[in-house]
Ligand binder design. Structure first.
Ligand code: SF4
Ligand code: SF4
Length: 377
């Protein structure tokens, strides 16, 4: 990475509100998913791995509120494994912060579901990678987790939350997309999101092993979902590919729905060990760790960290390749800078998905900015 060409002024700094913190609460996870990009340690019953200390969590929230914090996302590892998850939820409720939770659902008891429901605008997503136990547990690596995840969803629904079901589309489960939606309807979910598996961490191994779909297949599935299948249900259906591939009517959506619109300019990650990072990518990419909550004042870090400054100065004008030419770049912001950086070690690299699609003539030409006219005089 290079230093920013021009340092933002004091005025520029105040433009960047820290809207949301992603807390990666635990180093462990009770599942061992074959596609996980965070790669937590498997935490079987009776074992424990470090989790973010509660006093550090509270201190970060206190420091973040004057910077504009309005929402927190709890993710992991598995966030509900945190030994003080009740206290964490109480703090979020007391501060009036909106709550987003990403969980595998297994530990979502009725009590925890009710706690989440008391927070402001609770949005909870639960992963189901198959519509039957065999498929889901093949991906998730632990026997019995299909039934417990569904029970977690029922508990959320009983508490008044209509969760989002997230399914990562793989060769093994591609024929279960419709069944997942029907299962979501039966369980009382509010939406279903189909994720594209990124070639990151364990996902990279799955790409190499041929467990993922080709770019042609992924684009075709997206068309099928967005141009017809999604009308067959009352659930909101999201296909998580970059927005250049979406029909015009589906371009915009809330970031909390995971619509592929990156909130990078207002987000910070906190890892379970108290490190500040771009997001969970800091678990595998040390240069995207910005500092530590024990030693760095959040305000100083948010206003002065050189990677954050570089991102603010460069997004989206320094994008390269297809992202540079894309008419959507000011909305999409390159889909995910963390993924792009992981793959190429370049913050401005184009998304692999769009790049690969364009190389094969599959990127929608209508989303490419026209080249400026040459002046031959
Ligand atoms: S994908 Fe989620 S549930 Fe699966 S191992 Fe990773 S953190 Fe755990
Ligand atoms: S080319 Fe880049 S900016 Fe455009 S949709 Fe794809 S990822 Fe987003």
């Amino acid at each position: 990475m290079t230093m920013p060409r021009e340092k933002p002024t004091e005025n520029d700094k105040s433009k960047y509100s820290l809207n949301q913190i992603y807390f990666y609460l635990t180093e462990g996870c009770n599942l061992r998913c074959s596609h996980c990009w965070i790669q937590p340690k498997y935490q079987a019953q009776g074992r424990s791995y470090p989790a973010l200390p509660l006093d550090l969590f509270r201190s970060i929230i206190d420091q973040a509120k004057p910077l504009g914090l309005s929402a927190v996302k709890l993710t992991g590892g598995e966030p509900l494994l945190h030994p003080q998850i009740y206290e964490i939820l109480e703090q979020i409720q007391a501060e009036g912060l909106s709550l987003i939770v990403e969980t595998n659902g297994v530990l979502c008891t009725p009590e925890l579901a009710r706690k989440m429901a008391k927070c402001k605008n609770p949005f909870v997503s639960v992963s189901l990678d198959g519509a039957d136990a065999e498929t889901h547990e093949w991906v998730r690596g632990v026997d019995g987790c299909f039934a417990t995840a569904q029970q977690g969803i029922r508990n959320l629904v009983a508490a008044g939350i209509m969760p989002q079901i997230i399914m990562t589309v793989l060769r093994r489960n591609q024929d279960q997309m419709e069944k997942i939606v029907r299962l979501g309807e039966k369980l009382g979910a509010g939406s279903v999101k189909f994720n594209i598996l990124q070639p990151i961490a364990r996902g990279k191994e799955m790409h190499q092993a041929g467990e993922t779909l080709s770019i042609e297949e992924l684009i075709d599935l997206g068309r099928w979902v967005e141009n017809g299948f999604s009308d067959s249900t009352n659930l909101r259906i999201i296909y998580g590919h970059p927005i250049a591939f979406r029909p015009l009517g589906r371009m915009l959506g809330g970031n909390e729905d995971g619509c592929g619109v990156c909130g990078i300019l207002g987000i910070l990650g906190v890892l379970a060990n108290g490190s500040y990072a771009m997001c969970g990518i800091g678990e595998t990419v040390p240069e995207l760790v910005y500092g530590h909550a024990d030693t760095d004042r959040l305000e100083d870090l948010w206003n002065n960290n050189h990677v954050l400054l570089e991102i603010r100065e460069g997004v989206p004008d320094r994008f390269e390749g297809t992202c540079s030419d894309c008419l959507m770049k000011k909305i999409c912001l390159g889909y995910c800078l963390a993924y792009n950086y992981y793959i190429s070690k370049n913050l401005w690299a184009s998304s692999w998905y769009c790049e690969e699609a364009r190389n094969r003539g599959l990127f929608p030409e209508s989303r490419i900015a026209p080249k400026p006219m040459q002046n031959n005089n």
